[in-house]
Design a protein around this ligand. Structure first.
Ligand code: IPE
Ligand code: IPE
Ligand code: MG
Length: 259
């Protein structure tokens, strides 16, 4: 199923966000603060992922999207990169069966061709195993970049048109959006970045067009269910207008309610 832009329909104020997207940042600083090697922060970070998946499932969130490795993270020291890859493999080995038992659907998006063959196979197997689960959809963004996503969408769309023998024509938003790597999900309602930085770092550029942003200084390994609730409360107090006036939004919401 392809979703139309989430900016067309206004969710009710106070609703639980349907889709939460998180930049899990601050693992390294969490460890350094404790005089531990950065890897210790990444290990703790994986535990925080487990907690977040559980918390989101419990709260009735439908989509949880986690930025695990950006297309720019290859620039890190080789040992850190290979450790992150190993952690990814171990996490898949340990968690997929549990996720499946909890009705969770797992997706991994990004340019996976740069990962070694074993990891790629594990990813495909995990996605296939959980494909029909109806509970929370967890998406891991790995070797992901927002610019890469838009470009790959454009390239695939053009290729399909060429194969279909279609004459050159302009591309609409809806047509392009259908080729984005997360076309199966609505756009994020709530975007969270932990670790104190206030930037997007090439995460979901297209899909965050109208998301609500929440930044916290808490390092990712410390971001627990209680911290999640605080971010959700912040979201619930906001009025999403998508270009309209506040009066229009109030009117629309009250007619929706009286229906
Ligand atoms: C986020 O934590 C995890 C990844 C990018 C893989 P960092 O490793 O960026 O932690 P800091 O920002 O150095 O503290
Ligand atoms: C962004 O974190 C990517 C992930 C969390 C995976 P970084 O810590 O790499 O971001 P920048 O480069 O400092 O902006
Ligand atoms: Mg960082």
């Amino acid at each position: 199923m392809t979703h139309t832009s989430s900016t067309k329909e206004i969710p009710a104020v106070g609703a639980i966000p349907k889709h939460i997207a998180i930049i899990m940042d601050g693992n390294g600083r969490w460890a350094t603060k404790r005089f531990l090697p950065r890897v210790a922060g990444h290990v703790k970070g994986v535990e925080a992922v487990r907690g977040m998946v559980e918390a989101c499932a419990k709260r009735g969130v439908s989509y949880l999207t986690l930025f695990a490795f950006s297309s720019e993270n290859w620039r890190r020291p080789a040992e850190e990169v290979s450790l992150l890859m190993r952690l990814f493999v171990t996490a898949l080995e340990k968690e997929v069966a549990k996720m499946h038992a909890n009705n969770i659907r797992l997706k991994v998006v990004g340019d996976l061709t740069r990962f070694d063959a074993h990891l790629q196979k594990m990813i495909i197997a995990a996605e296939e195993k959980t494909a029909n689960n109806q509970g929370l959809t967890v998406t891991i963004c790995a070797n992901y970049g927002g610019r890469w996503d838009i470009i790959q969408a454009m390239n695939r769309l053009q290729k399909d048109r060429l194969i279909a023998g279609q004459a050159e024509q302009e591309v609409t938003e809806e047509q392009l959006a259908a080729y984005l790597s997360m076309a199966y999900a609505p756009e994020p309602d709530l975007f969270i970045r932990t670790g104190g930085e206030t930037r997007i770092s090439n995460f979901l550029l297209w899909q965050l067009a109208y998301s609500e942003f929440y930044f916290t200084d808490t390092f990712w390994p410390d971001f627990d269910a209680e911290a999640l609730d605080i971010s959700i409360q912040s979201y619930q107090n906001r009025e999403r207008r998508f270009g309209r006036t506040s009066a229009q939004v109030t009117e629309q919401t009250s007619t929706q309610e009286s229906k």
